[in-house]
Design a protein around this ligand. Structure first.
Ligand SMILES: CC(=O)N[C@H]1[C@H]([C@H](O)[C@H](O)CO)O[C@](OP(=O)(O)OC[C@H]2O[C@@H](n3ccc(N)nc3=O)[C@H](O)[C@@H]2O)(C(=O)O)C[C@@H]1O
Ligand SMILES: CO[C@@H]1[C@H](O)[C@@H](O)[C@H](O[C@H]2[C@H](O)[C@@H](NC(C)=O)[C@H](OCc3ccccc3)O[C@@H]2CO)O[C@@H]1CO
Length: 341
């Protein structure tokens, strides 16, 4: 009688086949687990949107250990209303205060806005990422992850066009000053990106006024010629509260602010942005921070252009002091790094 043979006979060849199948399955499961994305692709599980969990007040709790006298009462952007009936004038000159630059500032505030978009302001928990301009972002493939944050802060003329895979394309805020405004506001930003002016000198207020009111441009008084034509929507412009520069310098770098004009030291825009984020967000992550060691003279510093540490001579930044401040924040868990440091 010829019976039907089972689909997998238990002869030696059948055992071998079964063993191979089990092995393949184990390898698939191991590979899938080690590459979480593949796991989803292979087994067609529904893809939950992978975002960082948001713990309300997390940054606030941790940051208060780093910044003595930590307060969230300071507005992020300057507004005209705050300058009427001012009882205590600013203690510092730019960039740590507005002493001596009040008139120019008032003219700028009269033609700009100070509001945060409601979609961000109303979030119960804000997940933020500060994207530094460092070379470590190159080939990082972090673009998709960066785009998932509620708030993406970028700096200066850092491009997104052509680098989306590594740095993403969402920009909630871009901090800049006139000399770093060499980017096309419409190409490198989103229509609702806030362009946040960090003023270092009174002329910086004058420059933005001439751009927004289309007045005669001034060429002198800048360490590098700022753009003369800048196609920007005035509704996108904000003026950063110098309080955050003061805090970054005083609390993170322990600079003596009264002396800083003589010693010519100041925080980098990146450290300033981290300080700002720690006063506005619930979760703060960073990416693209970290300079090459001083002896690596040929190492490029940016993800988008070929310049070295030499270009920073005379910048007035103490990058080793900043590295210590960032390390401290990473070690205490105040911020988390998406790249390496
Ligand atoms: C020649 C020069 O003055 N370079 C300065 C440039 C330059 O003015 C602008 O790029 C012009 O668009 O700006 C700076 O900074 P920069 O625009 O280079 O970079 C922005 C911030 O990213 C962080 N960064 C950058 C490179 C790197 N390898 N590691 C990093 O951690 C820093 O926190 C940095 O602030 C600035 O504004 O701080 C600081 C730089 O010193
Ligand atoms: C956050 O600081 C910005 C940038 O990171 C710095 O590199 C840059 O430093 C410039 C510095 O501000 C200039 N100082 C003054 C008083 O303007 C300095 O000026 C020297 C100089 C003067 C005239 C012509 C060329 C150079 O130049 C530094 C850059 O090399 O400041 C940025 C904020 O403005």
């Amino acid at each position: 009688m010829i019976g039907k043979s089972p689909p997998l006979c238990m002869c030696p060849a059948g055992w071998k086949l079964l063993a191979m199948l089990v092995l393949v399955l184990i390898v698939m499961v191991w590979y899938s687990i080690s590459r979480e994305d593949r796991y989803i692709e292979l087994f067609y599980f529904p893809i939950p949107e992978k975002r960082e969990p948001c713990l309300q007040g997390e940054a606030e709790r941790k940051a208060s250990q780093i910044f003595g006298n930590y307060t969230r009462n300071q507005p992020i952007f300057l507004q005209l209303k705050d300058f009427f009936w001012v009882k205590t004038p600013s203690a510092y000159e730019l960039p740590y205060g507005i002493k001596g630059s009040e008139d120019l500032l008032l003219r700028v505030l009269a033609i700009t806005s100070h509001t945060m978009p409601e979609s961000i302001q109303s979030l119960k928990c804000r997940r933020c990422v500060v994207v530094g301009n460092g070379h470590r972002l190159r080939n990082s493939s972090l673009g998709e992850a960066i785009n998932k944050y509620d708030v993406v802060i970028r700096l200066n003329n850092a491009p997104v066009a052509g680098y989306e895979g590594d740095v993403g394309s969402k920009t909630t805020m871009r901090l800049f000053y006139p000399e770093s405004a060499h980017f096309d506001p419409k190409v490198e930003n989103n229509p609702d990106t806030l362009l946040v002016l960090v003023a270092f000198k009174a002329m910086d207020f004058h420059w933005i006024e001439t751009i927004l009111s289309d007045k005669k441009r001034v060429r002198k008084g800048f360490w590098k010629q700022p753009p003369l034509i800048w196609d920007v929507n005035p509704k996108q412009i904000r003026i950063l509260n110098p309080f955050y520069m003061e805090i970054a310098a005083d609390r993170l770098l322990s600079l003596s602010l009264q002396q800083s004009r003589k010693s010519k030291q100041k925080p980098t825009t990146g450290l300033l942005a981290i300080t700002l984020a720690l006063h506005f967000c619930d979760v703060v992550h960073i990416a693209g921070f970290g300079y090459p060691d001083a002896y690596k003279k040929k190492q490029t510093i940016h993800y988008y252009e070929q310049i070295t540490l030499k270009s920073m001579a005379g910048s007035g930044h103490n990058v080793s002091q900043e590295a210590l401040a960032i390390k401290r924040m990473l070690e205490t868990g105040v911020v988390k790094n998406l790249t390496y440091f």
